[in-house]
Every structure is written in C-alpha cells, then in structure tokens.
Design a protein around this ligand. Structure first.
Ligand code: PLP
Length: 400
C-alpha cells in the first residue's frame, strides 16, 4: 500500500513558486539572476497598515477569532463592495480566509462532487485546475487566444457548458496575461450565463485595483445583477495593498455557500491570523491614495517591458490592461538553435535557455495552459527590468 495518497498524483507543485525558488537558489549559489517570476509587488506594506497590526497586538487581539473573519473585517469588506463595486452584501454573506487562495480552495472543496466540471479559461492562474482536481472535480480548460487578447469569447463559453458544469472561474485582470474585461465584454459573457442557471461564477478580482490607462474594472454581478445569487465574488488585500505575506483574502456570495466554506475552514485552518485581519481592516478603511502612486510606476514598467520585448527578435508582446504581468509569444524562437547547439522546441526550453544563458527567470506558458508563451512579472525595480529585458533581447538575438 503506497504511503502517499493517490490524489497527489493528479496535481503538481505550483510551477510559479518553483521558478521563484530556483532563482533564489541560483542567487544564493552566487549566480547573477534576475527573477521575473514573482507574483507580488516589490513595494512595502504601507506604514498605516503595519501600525494597525502593531496596535492590534498591543490591544491583545492575539487570540482565535470567528472562524471566517472578525465582525470588524466583515464590515470593512461589506463597505468595500458597496463603495467600489456598487454591490450590497450583509456580513453573513462574507467569508475571510488565509489568502484568496484558501477561499477558492475552500469553495471547490465545499461544492464539487466527482465528475462536476469547472470551466477555466486558459491561460489561467496555475492553481485553479489543481484545486479542482484535489476536490475531485474536472477542470475544463477553454483556450483564449492572442487574437481575442487572451479573453474568453461568449461562443467559446457557450460551447464549453454541459449539464455537469458547476462553475465558471473568471479572473480579470488576469494572471498571467494582464487582460481585463470591459463592461461590454463582461456583459456578453453574463448573457450566456443567464441562459444556463445551473452554472455558478467564481470571479477572482484579486487584481481589481491594478489597471492602467483609465481602464474601468467591472465584476460580473455589477454588470448582471441577475447573477447575484450564484456568484462568489472573491478578492483580497495581497496585491493592491502589498500584503502577500499577511495572508488575507475574502469573498462574498450566497449565504448557504458562505456557510459551507466556513464549515471547511472550521475543520482545517480555523480563522486567518487575528493580527492580519486587523491590518486588513485598516487597508480597506484607510487611505487609498498609494494605490494610484504604485499604478503610475507599474504602468511605466509595463510600457518599458512591452517595448523592449517587442524589440527582441522572435518575440511578440501585447499591451495588457492590468495586473503586473505580460505574456509574450515566443513562437518566433521555436525551432531555432542556441549557441550551445540545443534546439528550442517549446516554451519550457525557451525559459530554460533564458535562465542558463542570461540568468533571467521567467515562467513557461505551458504552466498556465497556453503555449508557446512565457510570463514576465514586472513587479520588480525599473532598473532590474531594463537589464532583464536587455538580456532577453541578447538571448533572442543569439538564436540561430
Ligand atoms: C489570480 C490570482 N488569484 C488568487 C491569488 C491568491 O492570492 P493570495 O495571496 O491572497 O492567496 C493569486 C496570487 O498569486 C492570483 O494571482
């Protein structure tokens, strides 16, 4: 009898965390490596948020809290949804977990039975399919090509829906492409969903605040209030508030689903850190002006990276609406040979070549379900990005 459970054979360790780890190891071993794999802002958590955490410790808020969030944080989340998205929820429609990742995982554990299908537009955040698999569901990946700016088309959604479809997972702005849906694009999708009442929507709005050039973010229920009773609107403080290490994510939706998510959490991790919850209250209720300041820097970096990558022979890079990623095509490098005599047959080969030849760590498109591309995170300093893109240009020019 094998010791490890067979369910582990269905999944792989997170490839994005693996790249970050590999870059760290090479750096420790003395190699000059620039990591473009990180999914977190390089900015520090704002001081007012840190101070709120310290104050919570001093007040003695260091004990267990309610399993799925303190009343104060739930109130702050209710206010956030009303203020920013025009959505009306009560505290018992809100759940808080240790990161957005846990909220999605719990939602899958709480709702999927063997054979239930979950539609996941590709390229996707690496964890969605594996979470579905761990919960005994069946991920149904729908390719969203470059010519639709990596966005799900209504006819592709319609074609993917079956009697077994339980969820559609939407992520806008997207990790890994940065693509975000306009109101009209989202409405075209919600129109399809209105024709299929058995399909629930999990909308991952984690990158809501990271949009550029005046882009207006929308979330499905805001566009189609008719979806209110079957949508889980997920968000968190990790990205916009530079709080990846604090581990707070949240969601709002129908009461029965919220209760089921709390049940899973009550038998696994219990409440998220009491101190992080106090910090998240300050993040949501406190000053928001630093977000615009960060976005100005991110936009500048996005434009720099897009220009420099488009100047690299064999690469083609779109200019996305948001997040801090670009997803360039390396189709023009496939079939070429490296100066060391190795053929580039896939995006896996391409990123391995970038790392070995020039010490640049990016993530292969195969990890996100759409090849031949690679993901570059521009959540790193402008000088490092400039240097990394110059190295990528050099590596591409050296291919024969
Ligand atoms: C699309 C997307 N959703 C969810 C998460 C999870 O965020 P958290 O750090 O809150 O668990 C991430 C983090 O990388 C992400 O990129």
């Amino acid at each position: 009898m094998p010791f490890l459970a067979s369910r582990l054979d269905r999944i792989k360790p997170s490839p994005t965390l693996a790249v970050t780890q590999k870059a760290r190891e090479l750096k420790t071993a003395g190699r000059d490596v620039i990591g473009l794999g990180a999914g977190e802002p390089d900015f520090d958590t704002p001081d007012n948020i840190k101070a709120a955490a310290v104050a919570a410790i001093r007040r003695g808020e260091t004990k267990y809290t309610d399993v799925d969030g303190t009343p104060a944080l739930k109130q702050a989340i209710v206010a956030k949804f009303r203020r920013e998205n025009g959505l009306s929820y009560t505290p018992d429609q809100v759940t808080v977990g240790s990161g957005g990742k846990q909220v999605i995982y719990n939602a899958m554990m709480a709702t999927l039975d063997p054979g239930d299908e979950v539609i996941i537009p590709a390229p996707y955040w690496v964890s969605y399919p594996d979470m579905v698999l761990l919960a005994d569901g069946r991920p149904v990946s729908v390719a969203c090509r470059e010519n639709s700016r990596f966005k799900l088309r209504p006819e592709a959604l319609e074609a993917a829906i079956t009697a077994k479809t339980k969820w559609l997972i939407l992520n806008s702005p997207s990790n890994p492409t940065g693509a975000a849906y306009t109101f009209a694009e989202m409405k075209a999708l919600t129109d399809v969903l209105m024709r299929h009442p058995q399909v629930r929507v999990l909308t991952d709005d984690m990158y809501e605040h990271l949009v550029y050039d005046g882009f207006r973010f929308v979330t499905p229920v805001e566009v189609e209030p008719g979806l209110y009773d079957r949508t889980l609107t997920m968000n968190g403080v990790s990205k916009a508030y530079c709080m990846t290490g604090w581990r707070i994510g949240y969601a709002a939706g129908p009461k029965d689903l919220i209760k089921a998510i709390a049940k899973v959490q009550s038998q696994s991790t219990s409440n998220p850190s009491s101190i992080s919850q106090a910090a998240a209250v300050e993040a949501l209720n406190g000053p928001q002006d630093f977000i615009a300041a960060h976005n100005a820097v991110f936009k500048e970096r996005r434009d720099l990276v897009v220009e420099m990558l488009n100047a690299a022979p064999g690469l083609a890079c779109h200019r996305p609406e948001g997040a801090f990623y670009v997803y360039p095509s390396c189709a023009g490098a496939i079939g070429k040979t490296t100066p060391q005599g190795r053929t580039i047959a896939s995006d896996d080969d391409f990123v391995t070549y970038l790392l070995e030849a020039e010490g640049v760590a990016a993530v292969q498109g195969s990890a996100f379900g759409l090849s031949p591309f690679f993901r570059v995170s521009y959540a790193t300093s402008t000088e490092l990005l400039r240097e990394a893109c110059a190295r990528i240009q050099r590596a591409c020019a050296a291919l024969i």
